[in-house]
Design a binder for this molecule. Structure first.
Ligand code: ATR
Length: 273
């Protein structure tokens, strides 16, 4: 049996082992998929041990996605553009890196939630790993102008530079959020609700048929989704569907079969209302 795992810190509550077990059952593939706790300092050593034990593929979550990019012998174009890797594929003695987060988000929004992203004036709040993972795919999905706001404006500038579309991507300081006009898609990619309080978001952001999307799920998504509902957003979406879709894309990379995602999504949704 080939071995798979998710690496992160903390990782004990990750839903990925459960999602991949469900995919494996559905595809009739026996899968060993574990959660392995590793921080930035111990990640390379843990991954090497995993490879020695027969590790064939891995997911990488917080705070290791940039470190994962650095250790790969080669990466996909979308991982390079995101500056982050969430999926590792063993290739001989090396690791090949991919990033399925952005496509997972776009599939959830357009497929499951039926949103047409094309030409939507978009605000991305945050410029850390989560924001970097999804920004290239949002651009590829045909959104309109992309404004990136961040508390530390140099990180918004760096992400905009990496995306390389200066006519379309506009970095701004979070403090200027009230001057940016209305949006049709607002994506919360901050970890603010995990560590402190969400920044105050003005009503002036709310455009007609605005979708409010949080990349987090559970308690970490509650304040932003509450803002979306109170602001009259047309659609309010948390990160649970993205989690399931990025897992399905990773599964396809490893096993060559695209799993059906609705059943496990429904099961998890019932637990994370
Ligand atoms: P992740 O991988 O979850 O994106 P990260 O790379 O540490 O984690 O990035 C966290 C993001 O949330 C950053 O954009 C961070 O802003 P800074 O770059 O200024 O640190 C943002 N963030 C975290 N706490 C925040 C808060 N209380 N208010 C506003 N932004 C916050």
């Amino acid at each position: 049996m080939k071995h798979y795992a998710v690496f992160g810190h903390p990782v004990a509550h990750s839903l990925s082992p459960r999602i991949h077990a469900a995919f494996g059952r559905e595809a009739g593939i026996a899968i060993d998929y574990q959660a392995i706790d590793a921080d930035v300092g111990s990640f390379r050593a843990r991954l090497s041990e995993f490879a020695v034990r027969g590790g064939a593929g891995a997911n990488v979550t917080l705070p290791l996605k940039q470190e994962a990019l650095a250790l790969c012998a080669d990466v996909t174009e979308r991982a390079r553009r995101a500056g982050a890797v969430n999926t590792l594929v063993r290739n001989g003695d090396d690791w090949h890196g991919d990033n399925t987060d952005g496509e997972g988000l776009v599939r959830d929004l357009t497929g499951r939630h039926g949103l047409d992203l094309r030409a939507r004036r978009t605000l991305l709040i945050g410029a850390g790993g989560a924001a970097r993972g999804v920004a290239p795919s949002l651009l590829d999905a045909g959104i309109g102008d992309l404004y990136i706001v961040n508390r530390t404006s140099s990180r918004a500038d760096a992400l905009a530079d990496l995306l390389g579309q200066p006519g379309r991507v506009h970095p701004r300081h979070l403090a200027d959020i009230g001057t940016l006009g209305e949006f049709e898609l607002v994506v919360n990619a901050t970890s603010a609700a995990r560590g402190g309080a969400m920044p105050v978001l003005p009503r002036s952001l709310v455009g007609r048929r605005m979708a409010a999307v949080d990349l987090n799920y559970g308690e970490a998504a509650t304040p932003f989704l509450a803002w979306g509902r109170a602001s009259g957003a047309y659609a309010v979406v948390d990160g649970l569907g993205m989690l399931v879709e990025q897992a399905a894309l990773s599964f396809a990379r490893w096993h060559g079969a695209r799993p059906e995602t609705d059943e496990i999504y429904g099961e998890l949704r019932a637990e994370h209302a």
